[in-house]
Design a protein around this ligand. Structure first.
Ligand code: HEC
Ligand code: HEC
Length: 241
């Protein structure tokens, strides 16, 4: 009997200690977690929580528990993350790190590539804020999605774009018809099509006389790649010597 009377407070103390250790926030761990691209928190909320596709979080007045609730049951286009993917503790750490950063200047700003659209589909991608992730598509006509279509030899038809919007692959948010209508998706597809068909290596198709300007980015890329390789080789040699 006596023993358990002594043991009980000891066990309780241990319990309180371990839970308070578990609940303590570690902003350094939060920084690492925030920058771990696999969850893409930073990709949507900005590297310093200044806001990008998602709202700014550096000025967030929500509690840690409200952050956890958002990650588990997100509102709007934010992907859901389970406890196995991002733990409660990691969210608390990120909360500590991000809310300690300076307030973003002004409110959430839509990404604005500052270009005058020449195609209605391009204009739509700016309006609907697709540019938050696909900025290079509207500003340079290049980018991963264009390369993807070219490599797979798939034409960006309205169906393909609608399919991606309603049931996206990878970490793209889904869009309902109220957000981007089928009609609008068709215009976006038309725009993407102009970009993709300009790049398809036409083995059997008739070539549409590429303008010499288009050679420049590739020349720079090749030059850059060559320089990088040379630099790497040089470094390797220096390391060996
Ligand atoms: C694909 C983009 C995307 C990713 C990835 C993402 N978020 Fe979000 N997040 C959003 C959007 C969109 C909202 C809703 C903004 C709104 O309500 O206007 C949001 C809202 C939030 C909110 C609520 C803010 C508020 O004041 O209501 C928190 C907290 C949050 N996100 C944290 C995170 C964390 C932590 C991660 C990483 C585990 C993350 N988000 C990843 C897009 C994203
Ligand atoms: C939060 C980031 C994000 C936003 C916002 C976003 N996308 Fe995407 N999108 C992605 C990712 C990630 C992929 C898949 C990987 C890749 O190809 O880059 C993708 C791929 C695509 C593809 C290629 C599909 C395929 O079959 O190859 C299309 C088309 C597309 N997006 C259209 C849009 C349109 C239109 C909008 C705006 C209404 C939009 N995206 C908004 C992240 C985003």
């Amino acid at each position: 009997m006596r023993r358990s009377i002594i043991l009980l407070p000891a066990v309780m103390l241990l319990f309180v200690l371990t839970t308070s250790i578990a609940l303590a926030q570690d902003p350094d761990a939060g920084k690492t977690a925030w920058e771990q691209q696999v969850w893409q928190c930073a990709a949507c909320h900005g590297p310093a929580g200044e806001g990008k596709f998602g709202r700014p979080l550096a000025n967030s007045t929500l509690t840690e528990d409200e952050w956890i609730a958002q990650v588990r049951n997100p509102r709007r286009f934010m992907p859901r993350f389970s406890e196995a993917q991002v733990s409660d503790q990691q969210i608390r750490d990120m909360h500590a790190y991000i809310t300690a950063l300076p307030d973003p200047t002004g409110d959430f700003q839509r990404a604005d590539p500052g270009i005058a659209a020449t195609h209605p589909g391009q204009e739509l991608m700016i309006q609907k804020n697709c540019v938050a992730c696909h900025e290079d598509v509207v500003s340079t006509g290049q980018g991963r999605i264009i390369e993807g279509f070219v490599q797979r030899g798939v034409t960006p038809t309205a169906d393909v774009v609608i399919n991606q919007l309603r049931t996206p692959f990878e970490n793209m948010p889904s869009y309902s018809e109220a957000q981007v209508s089928n009609d609008e998706a068709a215009q976006i597809a038309d725009y993407l099509n102009t970009l993709v068909s300009g790049q398809t290596p036409p083995a059997s198709l008739p070539q549409s006389g590429g303008s010499p300007n288009n050679a420049w980015p590739w020349a720079f890329l090749l030059l850059g790649g060559g320089l990088a390789l040379a630099g790497f080789a040089l470094r390797q040699r220096m390391v060996k010597n």
